[in-house]
Design a protein around this ligand. Structure first.
Ligand code: C2E
Ligand code: MG
Ligand code: MG
Length: 734
């Protein structure tokens, strides 16, 4: 029996009546050994493709040991669904009745095991007729798995299991090619963790690795598809989102990513907090190849980090300019101290109950010789990154102490401390020295610290607090409501005051806001712990009344006073017991941003340059056209392909109030943007003249775009205001 089979198998199929190649007994023995060693198996079928022989070893794998004789050979293997070419070619080879070699196919074993096979065969011809196949097959599952593993390793990040940088850049390249052929957009997000380095440095690399794994899992959960997320290296991640250009949707996703990553982590029993910043770029608007798209997302990420971290930012062309400006500003900041360009302004902190000034906050100002005053919100982050913050911080501290000593009436002065300064081991000694040199009573110095110093519980931070309290100074928790806003810190850290951030105060007057309840809770807790509460940035009476009704004790904001220079401040103090009456608008309109920006509007076939005076989610006020009837429709060109359809709702002389057809969305930086943008090819198709930079419509005019209905030039429907030239000039200055 075996002998017959062996002859069948080893026989040269296409040749009739194969002669024995060796003695029959020897051939049979060799076949047995070959099968037993599992080196390979033999098979044969009849003319209908039914099994006539299958090596016992192969039967174990393919039919769980059952006799395969009579089964359809092809049906023992998977026919479709794999990436294997062989699943299509094996049936084809059978149909062709020709010789085939090493076709790769799969079979299933049990519930979820896949086996891989390499199959070769030759037709058997009996009396000139096709009589079946004889062949050889091999189980190649082992080789296959290790190949898969090494290709998985080549494509994935070993730590997190996400795609790696190399794979992501291939994927992005491919996706962009596909998207551009479909004329569909593709967004990418770059995500960078805030303060990851500190966790790594303080808790160790193993903890850092554990943290990155948790971050990866959270990211995948938000994005919903592991194959779209990669770790580029270090604490940088990238997400690719084909088909999305809606900046409302992208902003929501970025916010979910930031919120999710900013929740506390538990690693080896210790708790730690990090944050995340996100930069977003969308093709084809922000670049149509992977290099430019990634570079621009990176620029947006950098801007997000620069504007306070924990934020997202969309790329826009002015970021390129901002990056250049920032480099120049950094150069100038190096000499700002020596050149005596810094000064301190003081903003009164007022007891809301009787309008008594009880203290001040020292706010540094930079008078730049060319650019004029530069906001600390702009230059402090630059100083923090370029190591200039220690010098600037020390100067502010010493100067504020020295000026405060000279004030009558023992007013308390609050000085902002950057987390970089706070983290410096020499900081308590510096404070001691500033106090000793100036002779200021430590009770009158308050240090304002933000939540970001609480990276991890215990350790260095607690020691720092103890050292500072030991000097007798007061500590305030600044910007509460912008970071993690965990009341947990308040129980352990020895704060004397909580400052509720202006964004939180502002939000509290909005309908349905939870901020009120949170502020009420903070105040109750502060009272129990004998801490003061200050509401920051109070501008209007609705905010003021709300803060008073919530029992916030101190108020600092424009409703009492803006920050003022020291000499002005001293003059007021010398006038006696200082009381300020609150004054300001009844309500805060936060939905409308005042501005002076040159934009364009399109009506019929004409493009008119106008000035944008204010902008809200739902509408805009424009200036520059006269006699525009109510109900007229415009397309507003906000630049960079941002076109918004709007209707004139109010029209007074040279100003028109417009309502957008589709609401604008937040741009992540306190501004607004359109959800969608018109791509360069859409602009071209509409006959709109494009800016040479390729970032929108060329803003010159009023001019005719496209042609009139009959292809001839038409007259503009509206006239420009007669003093328009002046307005345009002012717009250039703004
Ligand atoms: P901050 O410590 O939260 O200071 C309060 C900011 O709110 C100040 O902005 C102040 O001018 C502004 N402000 C006060 N009341 C109102 C109001 O009613 N409405 C509005 N819209 N704003 C109000 P400023 O002076 O631009 O400072 C910005 C930030 O820069 C400060 O925020 C602080 O974080 C930082 N900073 C300022 N001076 C220093 C400093 O000497 N050292 C450090 N490390 N940071 C500083
Ligand atoms: Mg402050
Ligand atoms: Mg603050």
């Amino acid at each position: 029996m075996v002998l017959r089979k062996a002859r069948e198998v080893f026989g040269r199929g296409a040749v009739e009546a194969p002669p024995p190649r060796t003695s029959e007994g020897e051939a049979a023995a060799l076949c047995h050994t070959y099968e037993d060693l599992g080196l390979g198996f033999f098979w044969s079928t009849d003319g209908e493709g039914r099994v006539t022989y299958l090596s016992p070893g192969a039967q174990t794998l393919l039919t769980e040991g059952a006799d395969a004789t009579g089964q359809n050979f092809l049906e023992m293997f998977l026919r479709t669904g794999g990436e294997s070419e062989g699943e299509r070619t094996l049936p084809f080879a059978f149909a062709r009745k020709g010789r085939f070699e090493k076709i790769t196919v799969r079979s299933e074993r049990g519930e979820d095991e896949t086996l891989w096979w390499s199959i070769s065969g030759e037709p058997v011809i009996v009396r000139g007729e096709f009589a079946g196949f004889r062949g050889h097959c091999e189980d190649i599952t082992g080789e296959r798995r290790s190949a898969e593993e090494s290709s998985h390793m080549a494509m994935h990040d070993a730590l997190t299991g996400l795609l790696n940088r190399r794979r992501m850049s291939q994927l992005l390249e491919r996706t962009l090619t596909f998207c551009s052929s479909q004329r569909s957009p593709c967004a990418i997000m770059l995500i960078d963790l805030d303060r990851f380095k500190q966790v790594n440095d303080t808790l160790g690399h193993a903890a850092g690795d554990a943290l990155l794994k948790q971050v990866a899992a959270r990211l995948v959960r938000v994005v919903g598809d592991k194959e779209k997320v990669s770790r580029l290296g270090g604490d940088e991640f990238q997400v690719i989102m084909p088909g999305i250009d809606d900046r409302g949707v992208l902003g929501d996703i970025a916010t979910s990513i930031i919120t999710s990553i900013s929740q506390p982590y538990t690693i080896d029993g210790s708790r730690c907090l990090i944050g995340a910043s996100v930069g977003v770029a969308v093709s084809p608007f922000d670049g149509d190849d992977s290099d430019s798209l990634v570079r621009n997302a990176d620029l947006a990420l950098y801007a997000a980090k620069g504007s306070g971290r924990g934020r997202f930012r969309f790329f826009s062309a002015d970021l390129l300019k901002a990056a250049a400006d920032r480099r120049l500003l950094e150069e100038d900041l190096h000499d700002a101290l020596q050149k005596d360009e810094l000064e301190i302004h003081y903003q009164p902190v007022v007891r809301a109950e009787d309008n008594h000034v009880v203290g001040v906050e020292a706010l540094v100002r930079w008078n730049h010789p060319e650019h004029g005053p530069v906001s600390p919100a702009r230059f402090i982050p630059i100083a923090e990154e370029s190591n200039l913050i220690k010098g600037i911080g020390e100067w502010v501290l010493r100067r504020a102490c020295a000026e405060a000593v000279a004030w009558p009436g023992g007013l308390r002065v609050a000085v902002n401390v950057s987390p970089v300064q706070f983290g410096d081991d020499g900081f308590p000694a510096l404070v001691a020295s500033a106090l000793a040199n100036s002779g200021l009573d430590p009770e009158l110095l308050e240090l304002e610290i933000t939540e970001s110093v609480f990276l991890q519980e215990g350790g260095a931070t607690n020691d720092r607090f103890k050292a500072l309290k030991g000097l007798g100074v007061r500590l305030a928790l600044d910007d509460f409501g912008t970071g993690y806003s965990s009341l947990g810190y308040l129980k352990t850290a020895p704060f004397d005051k909580i400052k509720i951030d202006q964004s939180f105060v502002r939000g509290a007057t909005e309908a349905g806001s939870r901020n009120r309840a949170i502020i009420a809770a903070i105040v109750a807790l502060a009272q129990a712990l004998e801490m003061d509460t200050t509401a920051e940035g109070v501008e209007s009476f609705d905010q003021f009344d709300l803060m008073k009704s919530l029992n916030v004790t101190l108020v600092q904001g424009y409703i009492y006073s803006k920050p003022i220079p020291n000499d002005e401040f001293v003059k007021k103090l010398n006038e006696g017991n200082w009381i300020i009456e609150p004054s300001g608008p009844a309500f805060q309109r936060h939905d409308r941003q005042a501005m002076f920006r040159r934009i364009g509007v399109i009506h019929d076939n004409h493009y008119y340059p106008v000035v944008l005076r204010n902008l809200s989610v739902s509408g805009a006020l424009i200036e520059g056209l006269v006699d525009v009837p109510i109900g007229s429709e415009f397309v507003i060109d906000l630049g960079e392909g941002q076109l918004a359809v709007a209707k004139v709702r109010r029209s007074r002389k040279r100003q028109q109030g417009l309502e957008f057809e589709q609401a604008l969305v937040p741009d992540g930086n306190g501004g607004l943007c359109t959800r969608h943008r018109a791509s360069p090819y859409q602009l071209a198709a509409a006959g709109l003249p494009q800016s040479p930079k390729g970032d929108g419509i060329q803003p010159v005019g009023p001019h005719l775009i496209g042609g009139g209905e009959d292809g001839k030039a038409s007259m503009p429907a509206f006239a420009m205001a007669s003093d328009w030239k002046g307005a345009a000039l002012r717009a250039d200055v703004a």
